[in-house]
Design a protein around this ligand. Structure first.
Ligand SMILES: Cc1ncc(C[n+]2csc(CCOP(=O)(O)OP(=O)(O)O)c2C)c(N)n1
Ligand SMILES: [Mg+2]
Length: 357
């Protein structure tokens, strides 16, 4: 739902805000995304692929096949999957280091992602990016970024370029809630609002930045309200409900595409694993009880329950889908194992872009 404060904030400056407000309300006309059995099945398939893929990645990490950092998206799948599912192929995506699920949702081949995690030359970043730096130019997937908040100004720049060239694409930027306390967040949002850029900032509020709870780090706990400083439309969304995610994302995308107006979406979610592979899952900064409570709203279960109710989705169908997905993951694992390491010479390739030729 749109927050009341936002309505007030937007109305305060722009006379044209009535138009924006109607696009943001429940009755948003052309923006409502499909919500039929086939769509739900596809969404479930994507989320299940992300889940099984990361479970396998965790296994590979424990075996020492993946080096460096590795941050899992388990528990948060509905956010990336839902938002990306309502984008066009020519829209842009930019994200943080917790990027495996979003890369899969964008349709980057599981083989290329697993190979990247393994640091192999068939990886989507040619084995030189690793888990945190998945990249695919053809899919307009602009990373995978390791520095908290640093990709927000890049998203603003991408949106500026879209507008400058007269295009109607949008740029979606995913980041964790801890990034909103970073200066880059404010600069990026200020410019996007000032120049009315087609960008959607998606906060994945999983309530923790590493081991620090949101309340211990942020002066404001309803972080969508940060958008009011920039007179920017915003919404708080149940990030465990993929249907709600899709609807909110569709409204924001429509607004960016047709009115060239940015939006801040706060998706309330939860990560079921540790911050990265080397961190505790619970017991230190959060209790086991809290984790168990949150796991009752697993986004995959939430959608599956809906499908059972609406589509008569059965356990057999679930098992069949699961087996198919596991096969895809196994295949990606074998592919990654067989892919060669990048040659030493490639260290100097793709570092700078030649703009002179
Ligand atoms: C500028 C900067 N400061 C600190 C870090 C170390 N660091 C890596 S992840 C992280 C927590 C970020 O939390 P959040 O933005 O909520 O994303 P989440 O990991 O929860 O997805 C921190 C502090 C960093 N990478 N960059
Ligand atoms: Mg967080």
């Amino acid at each position: 739902m749109a927050t009341k404060k936002t309505e007030t904030a937007r109305g305060s400056r722009r006379g044209a805000s009535r138009k924006g407000a109607s696009a943001r309300g429940n009755g948003a006309k052309s923006a409502a995304p499909a919500n039929d059995a086939a769509t739900r099945r596809e969404l479930l398939h994507t989320m299940l692929l992300e889940r099984r893929f990361e479970e396998k990645a965790a296994e590979a990490y424990a075996l020492g096949k993946i080096g460096g950092f590795c941050h899992l998206y388990i528990g948060q799948e509905a956010v990336g999957t839902g938002v990306i599912s309502v984008l066009r192929d020519d829209d842009y995506i930019i994200t943080s280091y917790r990027d495996h699920g979003q890369a899969l949702a964008r349709g980057i081949n599981a083989r290329a992602i697993m190979a990247e995690l393994f640091g192999r030359s068939d990886g989507c970043s040619k084995g030189k990016g690793g888990s945190m730096h998945l990249f695919d130019r053809e899919k307009n997937f602009l990373g995978g970024h390791g520095i908290v908040g640093a990709h927000l100004p890049i998203a603003t720049g991408v949106a500026f370029a879209i507008k400058y060239r007269g295009g109607d694409q949008v740029c979606v930027c995913f980041f964790g809630e801890a990034a909103v306390n970073n200066g880059a967040f404010h600069e990026a949002l200020n410019m996007a609002a000032l120049w009315r850029l087609p960008v959607i900032y998606v906060i994945e509020n999983n309530r923790y930045g590493m081991g620090t709870a949101l309340e211990r780090a942020s002066a404001i706990n309803d972080i969508a309200e940060r958008a009011c400083s920039y007179d920017m439309p915003n919404e708080v969304v149940d990030g465990q409900d993929i249907i709600a995610v899709r609807e909110a994302a569709a409204r924001a995308i429509e607004r960016a595409r047709t009115e060239s107006e940015p939006t801040l979406l706060e998706m309330r979610t939860y990560r079921f694993m540790g911050h990265s592979m080397s961190d505790a899952v619970s017991g230190t900064y959060r209790t086991k009880e809290e984790l168990e409570e949150q796991m009752k709203r697993d986004p995959i279960t939430v959608l599956r329950d809906l499908m059972e109710e609406e589509d008569g989705w059965s356990d057999e169908q679930m098992t069949e889908m699961d087996q198919e997905v596991r096969k895809m993951v196994e295949d990606s694992y074998e592919f990654a194992e067989q892919s060669p390491e990048p040659p030493l010479e490639s260290l100097y390739e793709d570092v700078l872009v030649d703009t002179t030729s």
